[in-house]
Structure formats: structure tokens, C-alpha cells
Write a protein that binds this ligand. Structure first.
Ligand code: C2O
Length: 346
């Protein structure tokens, strides 16, 4: 059977480190039963194009800042607030829920085939909320284009300390112009010139997206069904570069790598959503690399897995994996940018 999020009133304490700066990760209660997700109406909702974060205009940055500021200004018990959105991640990653029908096992959206679809759903509502708060339903969140040389630094708009997009709990040694290392493991690579680092990153991308991801079951990660123990096994992209980018951003001087370097705190860094937009883009890119062999999974336990998330009107929505396979139907796309790593066969 598919993993389903239970009634949110059963949300319980998260497994948090003792020093954590949050107390609970449960969402604000809903006074109504969840409604099933319906696709946005193509005639009223404009197609949104998520841009590469390093290529946006000053107007875009101002608008994005205004949106994050509006989310941060809402009280934490408003499910649209930045704080409530950030804790969604903690609830689904730190054991606040048990899959419906299995109160003794923890629900975990990482390290399995739920990784890509859960984060797609999460970003979808985050983006709709942000757009509605600034009165612009066409607003699209940016993606951190770390798979191409021009995007291999922390995007400038996130590194400006006066910005809403800044987070002081980051590794200060990795502020721009430092190049990211896509398979960072907590130690700095010793002898890399910038050119060597870029080439290394492109080869990492080729290995994870092409060599290690020839079939859907390899790309998406291990099956994870109702009643299974969590962490059945990540796909190659969840493993690298997804994990290393988190660790590279988090502050090694915080007790648990906060914010980006720990599940419970990652959503508190606005950069999280740009990192995950690029992860989400990799799902679309992977399908485009080989239309015949790179398809979505067809297992009903994947297609029917479901999550509970609040939408931009503060309505609690049950959304299934099968609802989010086609981003055009969700009314968004990614800016078309070069894929230099497709030529970086080792
Ligand atoms: Cu839900 Cu990047 O982790």
C-alpha cells in the first residue's frame, strides 16, 4: 500500500537535537478535513517560469524579497508563514508523523522514492503562497543552477546580509565567490583550481544523472510502502549532489550544521527552496534526456502516496504523487539553460 500522511492531529514530537531552536514541527491545526488536490485552472493561472537565480533582474530580486518578507511577517500559527513553511520540512523528516495505519513507524520523505515528489509538492505550495501574498500569481521561485559553471557559487541575492534571503547560519567560508564542490563531504578539496573544481562538478553531474541513473527505479531511489521502515535507500541524485549541497551551505560552527546542514532546520534558510528547485528541475531534465527510457515510475504505491500540505488559502490539501508528474499541469516550467555536464562523460 502507498504511504499516506495521517490526520495532522496525530502529529507528534519530532526527534530534535537537544539544542534545537524549535520546539515542535507540527503544522497549525486545521478546522476542516483535508480536501483532495485539484490541478490549477490553466485559463486563470499563468504559466510560471522558474528562473536561474544567478540570472535574475533587480526587479525580480525586489519582488522575491517582498514575498519572503510577507511570509516572515505572518504569525507562526498561520500555515502560510515562513516559520510554518520551514517546519513542514522538519515534520516530514524528523519523525513527527507515522504513515496512516502504522503508528509505530516513522514517516520519512528522504532516502527513498518519495524524495522527488514530496519536495515538488512542498515547493509548489510554497510558491503559490508567496505569489498570493504579493498579489502576483505568475511569480516563480528561482532555482540555484549549481550544475552549470555560471551557477556554481551561492547566488548573490542570498549572500547580501541586508536581504530577506540571507541566513546568518551558513558556512561563511562558502560565501561568494567560493565555488561549490558538488560532492562536498565536510572537508575542503585540497588542490582544486577553479577550472578543476568546475570540471570535477560537471563529471559528478554526469555520473549521478547519467551513469548511475539509467532506469526509473535507479533514478528515483528505493521503494517505500506503508509499513516499511523509513530510509530504504536514496537515488543517486538525492545522495549526491543533493546532500553535499546541504552540508556545504550549513554552518559548521552550529551544533548540528544549522540551518541547511540538518533536516529539522534546513527549511529556515531561504536558499533551501532554490536548492530544491534545482533538484526538482533535475527530475524534469532527467526525463528529457531519454524520453523512451527515462519515465516516471508506474508502481501504484508510488503514484498513490500522499502528503498533507496547506495551500495559499490556508486550506489543508491532500496531494498525491500522481498529481505532480507533469509540471506543465501544475503551471510551471524551468528557464531553459545549457546542460554542460551532458558532455562530461568521465
Ligand atoms: Cu528534504 Cu534537501 O531535503
Amino acid at each position: 500500500d502507498p504511504v499516506a500522511t495521517p490526520d495532522i492531529s496525530s502529529c507528534g514530537p519530532a526527534d530534535l537535537p537537544p539544542s534545537a531552536n524549535v520546539l515542535t514541527c507540527c503544522p497549525p491545526p486545521s478546522n476542516a478535513l483535508p480536501v483532495d488536490f485539484t490541478l490549477p485552472d490553466a485559463t486563470s493561472l499563468p504559466l510560471r517560469t522558474r528562473p536561474a537565480a544567478h540570472s535574475v533582474t533587480a526587479d525580480y530580486v525586489a519582488k522575491f524579497n517582498a514575498g519572503i518578507a510577507a511570509m516572515k511577517a505572518l504569525p507562526a500559527d498561520d500555515p502560510r508563514s515562513f516559520a510554518a513553511q520551514a517546519t513542514v520540512h522538519c515534520a516530514y523528516c524528523d519523525g513527527s508523523y507515522s504513515p496512516e495505519g502504522f503508528p509505530d513507524v516513522e514517516l520519512q520523505v528522504h532516502n527513498s522514492w518519495l524524495f522527488f515528489p514530496f519536495h515538488r509538492c512542498y515547493l509548489y505550495f510554497f510558491e503559490r503562497i508567496l505569489g498570493s501574498l504579493i498579489g502576483d500569481p505568475s511569480f516563480a521561485i528561482p532555482f540555484w543552477n549549481w550544475d552549470a559553471p555560471d551557477g556554481m557559487r551561492m547566488p548573490a541575492m542570498y549572500a547580501d546580509p541586508s536581504s530577506q534571503l540571507f541566513d546568518p547560519r551558513r558556512n561563511s567560508r562558502h560565501a561568494p565567490p567560493k565555488l561549490i564542490n558538488l560532492d562536498y563531504n565536510g572537508r575542503e578539496p585540497r588542490f582544486f583550481t577553479d577550472k578543476q573544481q568546475v570540471d570535477h562538478n560537471l563529471r559528478v553531474m554526469y555520473r549521478q544523472m547519467v551513469s548511475l541513473s539509467p532506469t526509473p527505479s535507479l533514478f528515483f531511489g528505493s521503494a517505500y510502502r506503508a509499513g516499511d521502515e523509513p530510509n530504504q535507500g536514496p537515488g543517486p541524485v538525492e545522495n549526491i549532489p543533493h546532500g553535499p549541497v546541504h552540508i556545504w551551505c550549513g554552518d559548521p560552527n552550529q551544533p548540528h550544521g544549522e540551518d541547511m546542514g540538518n533536516f529539522y532546520s534546513a527549511g529556515f534558510d531561504p536558499l533551501f527552496y532554490a536548492h530544491h528547485a534545482n533538484i526538482d528541475r533535475m527530475w524534469s531534465v532527467w526525463k528529457g534526456l531519454d524520453a523512451r527510457r527515462h519515465t516516471d515510475l508506474t508502481d501504484p504505491d508510488w503514484l498513490n502516496a500522499s502528503f498533507l500540505l496547506y495551500d495559499e488559502t490556508s486550506k489543508l490539501v491532500r496531494i498525491r504523487v500522481r498529481d505532480v508528474l507533469d509540471t506543465d499541469r501544475l503551471r510551471y516550467r524551468y528557464q531553459d539553460v545549457p546542460l554542460p555536464w551532458t558532455a562530461a562523460r568521465p
